[in-house]
Write a new protein. Structure first.
Length: 68
């Protein structure tokens, strides 16, 4: 999937988002972002809101504002 494609929100994505929300104690909206990234086969998710270095559903979260 390229960066130009959009992941549509449907019933299955909402159910997956709630599952991720429960598993990782995230907000629904963050769970939805992770679920959409998972559906898009992303390996890395850039976010300043999620925990840097944490893997959510197999997706590595990177905070682009943290100096390494």
């Amino acid at each position: 999937m390229s960066w130009r494609e959009v992941v549509d929100i449907d019933y299955d994505l909402v159910i997956r988002a709630v599952s991720i929300q429960d598993e990782f104690q995230l907000s629904y909206w963050d769970g939805l972002i992770v679920a959409a990234a998972e559906r898009a086969d992303c390996e890395t998710l850039y976010s300043e809101d999620l925990s840097h270095g944490q893997k959510y559903a197999g997706i590595q979260c990177i905070n682009p504002f943290i100096d390494n």
